[in-house]
Ligand binder design. Sequence first.
Ligand code: COS
Length: 382
Amino acid sequence: MPDFSLSPEQVSLVDLARKFARTVMAPQAAECDRTGRFPEEIYRKAFDAGLVNLNVPQEYGGSGLSLLDQCLIVEELAYACAGMTTSIIANCLALEPILLGGTVEQRERFLKPFCAKYQLASFCLTEPTGGSDAGALRTRATRDGSDYLLDGEKCFITNAPHASLYTVFATVDPSQRHRGITAFVVPRSTPGITPGPDEEKMGHRASSTSTIRFEQVRVPAENRLGAEGEGFALAMRTLDQTRTPIGALATGIAQAALDHAARYALQRRSFGRPIAEHQAIQIKLANMVQRVRAARLLTWQAAAAIDAGARGTLESSIAKCFASDTAMEVADEAIQTFGGYGYMKSYPVEKLLRDAKLTQIYEGANEIQRLVIARELLATYA
Ligand code: COS
């Protein structure tokens, strides 16, 4: 019988993240959502609390947490504000290629100074002409002596205008499709980098998303992660690690929606009694709690499998896909439980629906997750 209880250390992590989320993040969440403000002071406090760079080993200055521990934290943060959580965990996504593909020397050179103080990093893969078909990216890496020159444009890049470090995927030869893709670590101080203005987004409005342009950006070959052509597999291995925390983030949104709906149902009255006593509402709540718990279990299962050494391609796609669909469904049902009030911006649940939507799209649209799941599944029957 598997033991799903948390260790005392994990309970402490949850307590730390919950306290931070509810006392520091939650009070600012509605204002940041309304104005689109990027609350950098909160991200600094998250860094001081040890809630940023969760995946980086302590020897390099990070928190050195297992994936399951990261998921426990991410769910708590997202319960308070998914947008802020996206900006906080974007560092994990951007730094993962250095952890997976960097040499010991590169990890020392990039991660130690980066993690020594508050800084943000961005993962630069998606381009205006292609997101799902990552193998078709067009940003060029042209060899020039002992350097490369990067030219191209990325889009939908979290934290791009605020980051001091970028992991950039570019191709040394587009005719080779994914076999030409190569990964580089690029400091913001390198000439030729221009982040675009913040996009006006439907949700996750406390996070920053923009394009970023690279024009004749000179990067020394010692900033290349792995060999030429190894970048695509490195991006996929990175996403195998980071899609599970997106499952946790979506679970946090879903749990918040369920909590709001249940509390509202107990105090809102219709036909002479609390609406929680109507079967129509009870059935909604019963379906919601099942989905939320299943999403959490699938997320924990994926994290535990990866922590135990599995590649996790199948498990992380299942967790991300199921939990994000759950967040959408549960937020939708929470709005329905609130009725007209649920549609109003002065109530908290419409934000949850807008935030949930992105979790079905980023780190691989759920159509791509289903493609990955089907491929992995069918391979076990072949
Ligand atoms: N780990 C390691 N290697 C992997 C891998 C993984 N999880 N997945 C694929 N690869 C390797 C394959 O083994 C193959 O290697 P070879 O060249 O040696 O044969 C290579 O990568 C190409 O794989 P594949 O044929 O599966 O590539 P496709 O172009 O058919 O599709 C998908 C790949 C669609 C799965 C990929 O493009 C993808 O995940 N797209 C979504 C991208 C995304 O999530 N973007 C969000 C960015 S962050 S917001």
